[in-house]
Design a protein around this ligand. Structure first.
Ligand code: XIL
Length: 377
């Protein structure tokens, strides 16, 4: 069979442009598809908010199924939303997400079963260890059980480590002890045998935290419990993508028999005095902290493009070990980095701009697969 080696070109209604600086205002524009050009390499995902899951944003509703074949819910499967009371669960939007995935053949990554943040009010300050244990077991059994085989994968445990690789203080560590991560995977495996199970963290490409992450994985494996993959969140900074650390991490995690994923990719272009994604950290606001309210200078736009290009080049080099690359959001306008660690900033971390138009970074990433590809005869 003769197959076209070029990526499929997709017609997108709504004036999305192939951003070559050409104004094509009203005519439907043609843009390449990330999921298509990388289809033999890895899945391409995005985090979706509630409106996007419910297809209430027309631009996202058109764009997501064309560009992405994996989706992670940005918030709606987190414990505070899905499990607001002892015996009260709110599966409404999560069920819609499963239906959305089915409709568009998009793989759903459940995010996340056990995390220290966005916990339900009823258990956040629980003092009694037996009650925390009951919550832990009930939560995993009920939520992972309901979506067994309906979501492709779960981030079973999120962010259990400190920067130095030791275990992070949390209600789970304090009340359940440091085997809680293994126990979470054991419960998830039993409740959801047909779902892949991952550990997810930020900065776990950095050497000390990576070493802690490797020990954690080995401990789970030594207990005879299944873990299928590790997610490197990938909240990185302009001009400072830690390519060497990322490469070493991909190789070392894969050597444990795990799938490796970049799970929450975005590139911070605004001033920030710390790395990583500790949601509890805040920074003081002042006007110098929000420099690009009226648009991104071209030099920064180009740097963002070359950062994304270098990163995807590395990921392609290790495509045999990388299962998925997920962006934390679809477009710049709805990125969480507009609100964290300083509320109300104007940030530009993703491949699509506020009008859902592809940015130069999008083109650079696509070109890694399309440039210099000889036409198939
Ligand atoms: C963020 C969401 O994007 C925000 O909307 C929410 O207010 C806080 O959480 N690491 C994670 C994600 O694993 O769940 C976080 O998502 C970002 C950092």
């Amino acid at each position: 069979m003769i197959r076209n080696k070029f990526p499929s070109l997709l017609i997108l209604a709504g004036g999305l442009l192939f951003s070559a600086g050409i104004s094509a205002q009203k005519s439907p524009a043609i843009i390449a598809s990330l999921k298509d050009v990388f289809k033999n390499d890895f899945l391409i995902g995005a985090a979706l908010n509630t409106d996007q899951i419910e297809e209430k944003e027309p631009n996202a509703a058109a764009l997501v199924p064309l560009q992405f074949n994996a989706v992670t819910p940005e918030n709606i499967m987190k414990a505070e939303i899905i499990h607001p009371g002892w015996n009260s669960y709110n599966f409404d939007v999560a069920d819609k997400l499963v239906a959305y995935g089915k409709k568009y053949k998009i793989k759903i990554n459940g995010h996340t079963l056990i995390w220290h943040s966005q916990l339900p009010a009823f258990m956040r300050n629980m003092k009694d260890a037996d009650s925390v244990k009951k919550y832990f077991i009930d939560h995993i059994n009920t939520v992972a059980g309901r979506y067994n085989g309906k979501v492709f994968s779960w981030d079973v445990v999120n962010e259990a480590l400190n920067e130095d690789g030791t275990m992070r203080q949390s209600i789970f560590l304090n009340k359940l002890g440091d085997n809680y991560v293994t126990e979470a995977f054991r419960l998830a495996q039993a409740a959801s045998p047909n779902t892949e199970l991952y550990y997810n963290d930020y900065n776990n490409e950095q050497p000390a935290k990576r070493a802690g992450c490797i020990s954690l994985v080995k401990k789970i494996q030594a207990a005879g419990v299944r873990i299928d993959g590790v997610g490197i969140q990938g909240h990185w900074h302009l001009g400072k993508i830690p390519l060497k650390d990322i490469e070493e991490s991909i190789v070392e995690y894969a050597a444990l028999g795990l799938k490796v994923m970049i799970t929450e990719l975005d590139i911070e272009v605004l001033p920030r005095n710390f790395q990583g994604a500790d949601v509890n950290r805040q920074m003081k606001n002042d006007p110098t902290m929000n420099p690009y309210v009226n648009g991104l200078p071209d030099s920064i736009q180009q740097q963002l493009a070359s950062d994304y290009e270098a990163l995807f080049k590395l990921l392609l080099k290790h495509k045999d070990k990388i299962a998925r690359v997920t962006f934390w959001g679809v477009n710049d306008g709805q990125s969480w980095l507009n609100g964290w660690p300083i509320p109300g900033r104007t940030n530009y971390p993703l491949l699509f701009d506020r009008e859902y138009k592809p940015k130069p970074a999008f083109n650079k990433v696509i070109e890694l697969k399309t440039k210099n590809t000889a036409p198939h005869k």
